[in-house]
Write a protein that binds this ligand. Structure first.
Ligand code: NCD
Length: 320
């Protein structure tokens, strides 16, 4: 079944995930060429709409679109009319006038991308909506891991840190479970959302059994989402939960979505160690986002409708 939007990992079954991963693998060859471009989406328009800070996600969506020869418009809320009070809906309506084929949306509240999908005829990709989901991050993480491990069936992945504020964790648990991995989330009780077991993961509050993990996935302490204090102090957090060379065995793989707070959730030595897949994750971000854009846009171009269709230059002779 073809996808209209990518809003949540919940909308994807294993077969769809595998199709995206296979497509991403085929694009990896393009990224290795001296001329890193294919004409697949030539003339299509991708708009990046970012209401929150981003380094990796925004740059990789831009690169992904460009490598497929699409045109890209980058819109950041700072420096725009959003600062003059324009609403998300009016901004989306305005940008939709340019007839984009895809809108990539990052916004600080849960459900933002789904709302946008109701306001635009474009395909919408959720690039992070508050604490809710970050589906392309989960897909690139699964891609990175399957390249290393082959199947994820029965592999143990521990996700450690601020799970409460993490859209990466929510999408990650869902995607890893779909692919057959065993997932454990671990952190102080104040940073583990109540009821997260319903996603199919185990919950731990200390690292004593971290040794069972094939993969340790560390999360950033997301201070910008905290309105109160969730841990007594960062020092206390580091003492109990930091992933460092003392806690991580050299045979375990280490992942992190970035940005890393060195010295908090990860020590510098493990961050820079060969067992860390952090740069591979970033690299995978480009090909996985190429695959997602391809999946959403490569079908037949949408039928033009209404006035816009009539205003279009005729492709057949009008006076026969
Ligand atoms: C994350 C995000 O913004 O959700 N970063 C990312 O997209 N790679 C995680 C974070 O900010 O900690």
């Amino acid at each position: 079944m073809s996808m209209r939007h990518l809003l949540s990992i919940e909308d994807l079954d294993r077969e769809q995930i595998e199709r995206i991963l296979a497509r991403a693998a085929s694009f990896a060859e393009v990224s290795g060429r001296p001329i890193k471009k294919v004409p697949t989406l030539r003339g299509r328009l991708v708009v990046n709409l970012f209401y929150e800070a981003s380094t990796r996600t925004r740059s990789s969506f831009e690169l992904a679109a460009k490598r497929l020869s699409a045109d890209v418009l980058n819109f950041a809320s700072s420096g725009s009319a959003v600062e003059k009070g324009e609403s998300l809906k009016d901004t989306v309506t305005t940008l939709s006038s340019y007839r984009p084929d895809a809108l990539v949306v990052r916004a600080p509240f849960a459900g933002a991308a789904a709302l946008v999908a109701g306001w635009t005829p474009a395909a919408v990709v959720n690039a992070g909506d508050g604490k809710h989901e970050h589906p392309t991050q989960a897909l690139l993480d699964v891609y990175t891991l399957t390249r290393r491990l082959g199947t994820l069936e029965g592999r143990s992945v521990w996700i450690v840190g601020d799970v409460l504020h993490s859209r990466v964790a929510r999408s990650g648990v869902l995607a890893l479970r779909r692919m057959g991995a065993e997932v454990t989330v671990c952190g102080p009780p104040t940073l583990i959302p109540r009821g997260i077991e319903a996603l199919g993961c185990a919950v731990r509050h200390d690292l004593s059994d971290l040794g069972e993990a094939h993969v340790v996935y560390a999360l950033r302490m997301q201070n910008e989402r905290m309105s109160e204090s969730f841990v007594p102090s960062l020092r206390e957090y580091v003492a109990h939960y930091q992933i460092n060379a003392r806690r991580l065995s050299p045979r375990q793989l280490l992942m992190h979505p970035g940005p890393v707070n060195r010295g908090v959730e990860l020590s510098s030595d493990v961050t820079d160690s060969p067992q860390a897949l952090i740069s591979e994750q970033v690299e995978a971000g480009v090909v996985v986002r190429m695959a997602v854009l391809f999946e959403l846009l490569s079908g037949a171009a949408p039928e033009p409708s209404g006035a816009a269709a009539q205003a279009r230059p005729a492709t057949e002779p009008q006076l026969a």
